[in-house]
Design a protein around this ligand. Structure first.
Ligand code: AMP
Length: 209
């Protein structure tokens, strides 16, 4: 099945870009972080196993990620936009083996800007909608525009977990740029722009602008 990869440092805007692109192309959007958070908030057996490691900012085991992808895959979809996958070399190899990768977009953003974005991130406790206290404020402080529930700091957006996640990004994920470049699939996109401008860059690279 066709697939498009969006990867980059935490806070680079993978989630919003994957959402926009999948809607535009009619592809399934697979957001691994969201799937994991679903298990935690619904207290499934997987959720109970992973909760403390996620809140410490650690990467989850590759086999669990492969299992989640298999169980969520919509075989009728025209394609998939992967958000937050792959994050390790083993995951990139799995991807190339099982999917036809059209392009791998690396969202390039300086670490200090990425950290500032994450510090301003708030998420809805109930529906998971994302806000940013600078660029995408809720209409009423601390309240979700969509469902009226409380906005909170994500459990892995604490300074300690953030430091760990960024370290994992440099140690395991950033190096995948070389892997995708060797496969002729890498496109580096400047993520220090508005979401709309970044989305236009992705569509242009795909010849869909
Ligand atoms: P995200 O919402 O993409 O920031 O992901 C939140 C957390 O989920 C990460 O810090 C990891 O603990 C876990 N996670 C998400 N995607 C992956 C992946 N591909 N491999 C391993 N762990 C992941």
């Amino acid at each position: 099945m066709n697939s498009i990869i969006i990867f980059g440092i935490q806070g680079s805007g993978k989630g919003i870009q994957a959402k926009l692109l999948s809607a535009r192309l009619g592809y399934q959007h697979i957001d691994i972080g969201d799937l994991l958070r679903y298990h935690i908030s619904h207290h499934t057996a997987i959720g109970q196993q992973i909760q403390s490691a996620i809140s410490r900012g650690e990467l989850m085991p590759d086999v669990l990620i492969f299992q989640l992808i298999k169980s969520t895959l919509d075989k009728m979809a025209h394609g998939i936009v992967f958000d937050g996958f792959p994050r390790t070399l083993a995951q990139a190899e799995y991807l190339i083996k099982h999917f036809k990768v059209q392009m791998a977009f690396y969202l390039q953003l300086d670490e200090d800007k990425a950290i500032a974005r994450i510090q301003n991130r708030r998420v809805c406790k109930s529906c998971g909608a994302n806000y940013n206290l600078n660029s995408h404020k809720p209409q009423h402080d601390g309240i979700c525009d969509r469902c009226g529930s409380e906005l909170i700091v994500r459990m892995d957006d604490t300074p300690e977990a953030m430091a760990k996640r960024i370290q994992a990004f440099y140690q395991q994920t950033q190096g995948l740029m070389g892997y995708f470049e060797n496969h002729g699939l890498l496109r580096v996109i400047d993520a220090d722009k508005t979401p709309e401008a970044i989305s236009d860059s992705l569509l242009e690279a795909l010849g869909k602008a």
